[in-house]
Design a protein around this ligand. Structure first.
Ligand code: ADP
Ligand code: MG
Length: 652
């Protein structure tokens, strides 16, 4: 039988195999003894085969019976085998004892096989992650020292030589190299990295020697977090599996009651003799057991998760693999999702009193705190010579406020800045509009105290601080090269509605949407507005996916039926909130994830049909008297193993 709890019990593998082997030998010897007419030996060897082969199932079955007051299939098997044995003893038809032992043997073998299949899936997930070294070469007063990674502290400097694995997440402080990030992204094409870039634990260093600064504890490195997520994924059963388990419990009772009826009714109705009746009732117990049904779902979904992980698609649990196959509408965030998020300042337009450099530096003072791609671009463009601001607060989806050089400053989109500034210089506004029509994002910079008109203060404060516009910064973002093809592929997969939801300006959004082929655009949204759009889509299309990368996307990701976060470039909140993470940071993996979801749904359905088909066939055969107990067992266990192996197809 398959139960997720068993996954990590490696030693059990050997125990199960050994028990099956011993059971087989004892059975063979017992059969041989019976053949030679040595009943005494047979009655010694065969019960031993029962005990060794059936011990584990009996123990589990009884535990379930006592603790949860539930009958499970293991117990039914044991009852059927013991029933056959008793019938054999009573009627002195000893081959029935052999039939029972064969039942137990096949049950033991298939148990070991299924265990093997599950562990193979688990190993294939785990092998992705066994890549982080346990030690790191730490620089300590100019000397290199090997330390376990658990002893690393934030701020430590470590050295990674060419060809070595990166031991923990860090920032390159000197050196240049190309890295193979396949462990995280599934993409083995080497990525160039140099001073200031972040490198990830588990990725493989190329030819350069690197010095890294550790910037987070080893336990919270990206790969460690991924490992924890995947481990969690294995223990959480998807709804369909829970349904099957509930079904199994009721089904087991129905089988027992039917089994009992089958012992008593047929002799009266059809005039069967008692022996035939009991024998068929026992065979019924075996063939009607829903083992194959139980094996229809979890191995398939776990194989799908493993397959995804290899391509850089992280499913946080099997339920998400099921759901993404059913998605009918998808909402995309713009910045960082449809676009690369590797944005650059393209132009700075200023009011007459200020220089471009001045405006950039004031903005950078605040943006140096921001995780937003816009913030990063501004900081990069500002160069050197600015001081970090104080009391800085980011307002997701709008902008950022704080103090730079003891003056209140705001940076953000027009709607946000408008709350503080009465009037935008007309000339700047015209310039900004034409930039937006080109698909560029424009953020405004305003500072306190220069305006002479009456303006509103911050929030409910009583001060009547006045703000005036210093200028605006236009930011250019590149479309992801794969955006257009991905959207075409999603349409081909039958997604009915694809929309864009963005906090950016309507003009900018329209221009980008047109370029990628999206026709419904919701722009100028706050994080909670994004969530509302998802709700609205859910009313219309039920299963809705949301793809995003930012903090501002987190509420929508949580609300969506399937939340999908963009790879390692995305914010931590998005990564935590999402159900699926595209570690590869490639949009086309979204289509791949969907195809995987579809395939797994197809295989699960096939499995259920095969499982039910076999059960039905065997039941009919048993009723017509065409099968004996060993054939019943082979059909039953064979279908279980078949269904399990069929699930493993998704590993490919
Ligand atoms: P998207 O939904 O496209 O990812 P966001 O919701 O993150 O965009 O941002 C919406 C708008 O809010 C941006 O286009 C920008 O004008 C403004 N904004 C958000 N954060 C910042 C920031 N840190 N600095 C300046 N402007 C910002
Ligand atoms: Mg975004």
């Amino acid at each position: 039988m398959l139960y997720p709890q068993r996954f990590s019990q490696f030693t059990q593998e050997h125990a199960e195999t050994l028990a099956a082997l011993l059971c087989g030998i004892l059975l063979f010897l017992g059969w041989f003894a019976l053949h030679l007419g040595s009943l005494g030996w047979a009655l010694l060897l065969l019960p031993a085969a029962y005990v060794i082969g059936g011990y584990e199932s009996a123990r589990e079955g009884l535990t379930t019976l006592i603790k949860e007051k539930e009958l499970d299939v293991d117990l039914l098997m044991i009852v059927a085998a013991l029933g056959a044995a008793s019938l054999g003893l009573w009627r002195r038809e000893y081959y029935l004892i052999i039939d029972g032992a064969i039942l137990i043997l096949i049950f033991a073998i298939s148990g070991a096989l299924e265990g093997y299949a599950m562990r193979r899936t688990e190993r294939s997930i785990r092998s992705l992650m066994s890549l982080t070294p346990d030690t790191a070469r730490v620089l300590f007063q100019g000397q290199e020292e090997m330390l376990p990674i658990t002893q690393l502290k934030v701020g430590d400097e470590i050295v990674v030589k060419p060809g070595e694995l990166i031991p923990t997440d860090g920032m390159i402080v000197s050196g240049y190299s190309t890295l193979n990030q396949a462990a995280i992204t599934g993409e083995s094409l080497p990525i160039e990295k140099t001073v200031g870039d972040e490198v990830f634990a588990g990725t493989l260093n190329g030819y350069g020697a690197l010095k890294l600064q550790v910037h987070k504890p080893a336990s919270s490195s990206l790969i460690q977090r991924v490992i924890r997520l995947v481990e969690q994924a294995q223990t959480e059963a998807p709804p369909s599996q829970e349904f099957i388990e509930r079904f199994e419990r009721i089904y087991a009772r129905v089988i027992v009651i039917t089994g009992i009826l089958l012992v008593f009714l047929p002799p009266f109705i059809w005039g069967w003799n008692w022996e035939t009746t009991i024998y068929r009732a026992l065979t019924f117990l075996v063939v009607a057991s829903p083992c194959a049904l139980m094996a229809a779902i979890m191995p398939t979904l776990l194989s799908g998760i493993a397959n995804g992980a290899r391509q850089g698609i992280l499913f946080k649990n099997g339920a998400q693999l099921e759901k993404i196959g059913k998605v009918r509408a998808i909402a995309f965030d713009k910045t960082g999702t449809l676009t690369t998020g590797q944005v650059q300042v393209s132009q700075v337009i200023v009011s007459s009193e200020y220089s471009q450099a001045e405006v950039l530096k004031v903005a950078a003072a605040l943006e140096s705190y921001s995780e937003h791609p816009i913030g990063k671009a501004i900081v990069q463009a500002a160069g050197e010579g600015w001081v970090r601001g104080v009391d800085v607060q980011a307002i997701p989806g709008r902008g950022i406020i704080g103090f730079a050089h003891n003056e209140k400053v705001i940076v953000g989109n027009a709607a946000f800045v408008q709350q503080y500034v009465n009037q935008f210089p007309e000339e700047l506004q015209n310039l900004a509009q034409s930039l937006e029509n080109e698909g560029k994002t424009v953020v405004w910079v305003a500072r306190e105290g220069q305006g002479d008109e009456e303006t509103r203060g911050w929030g409910d404060s009583t001060t009547t601080t006045q703000f005036s516009v210093m200028g605006a910064i236009s930011i250019a973002d590149l479309l992801r090269t794969e955006a257009v093809t991905t959207i075409t592929r999603l349409r081909k997969l039958g997604v009915e509605q694809i929309v864009m939801i963005t906090g950016d300006n309507q003009r900018t959004a329209d221009s980008v949407a047109q370029a990628v082929g999206i026709d419904r655009v919701y722009a100028e949204l706050l994080p909670e507005d994004k969530l509302d759009v998802i709700r609205q889509l859910q009313r219309e299309y039920q299963t809705v996916a949301m793809v995003g990368d930012g903090i501002n996307d987190a509420p929508a990701l949580a609300q969506a039926s399937v939340g999908i976060a963009m790879g390692i470039a995305g914010s931590d909140v998005a990564l935590e909130t999402a159900d699926i993470v595209l570690m590869a940071d490639k949009l086309e993996k979204l289509a791949a994830a969907m195809e995987l979801g579809r395939r797994s749904q197809v295989i699960v359905k096939q499995n259920i049909v095969v499982a039910l088909g076999f059960i039905l066939l065997l039941l009919i055969g048993n009723f017509l008297g065409n099968i004996n107990l060993p054939i019943g067992v082979i059909g039953h266990e064979g279908s279980t193993v078949l269904v399990t192996l069929s699930g493993l197809r998704l590993l490919k």
